[in-house]
Each structure stands twice: as C-alpha cells, then as structure tokens.
Design a protein around this ligand. Structure first.
Ligand code: SF4
Length: 71
C-alpha cells in the first residue's frame, strides 16, 4: 500500500465491538459516540495515513478495512 496516497476506510459494523483502540490511534478520524456507535471519516487527509494504518492494526476485531483509492 502506498502510504502517501489517499486511503478509503470502511468499518464492518458486524465485527466492531466498540473497543475504541482505533480512536486512541487516530482520534480525529475515529470517534465512539455516547450512543456507543463508531463514527469515522471515510476519506481522511493523506497526512493522517500512518495513524489510520496504526488504527486498523490495533483493532482486535480486524473490523477496519483500508484500501488505496487508486488501487
Ligand atoms: S478498534 Fe475495532 S472493534 Fe474497536 S472500536 Fe475500533 S473498529 Fe471497532
């Protein structure tokens, strides 16, 4: 994956158990709401790529999928 290219994020709500590790890694991209739902930005700035990738790796449920927009 090209870490300098735009990424597209999707979270599998069936897998996500709202642990919040992703929010710890990239709080401006992933946010757990008071209602327990996970909100996230599908197209974060390229400057956030490394933290977004860390967030995906930190997810114990492997619920976060990131793909390069150009791939
Ligand atoms: S780390 Fe994974 S399981 Fe936890 S809130 Fe984020 S996407 Fe959901």
């Amino acid at each position: 994956m090209d870490k300098a290219a735009p990424l597209s994020i999707s979270v599998d709500n069936q897998r996500c158990h709202r642990y919040g590790f992703c929010q710890s890694e990239a709080p401006d991209v992933f946010q757990l709401g008071e209602d327990g739902r996970l909100a996230y930005r599908q197209s974060p700035e390229v400057s956030r790529n490394l933290d977004v990738i860390s967030a995906a790796r930190s997810c114990p449920m492997r619920a976060i999928e990131i793909v390069g927009k150009d791939s």
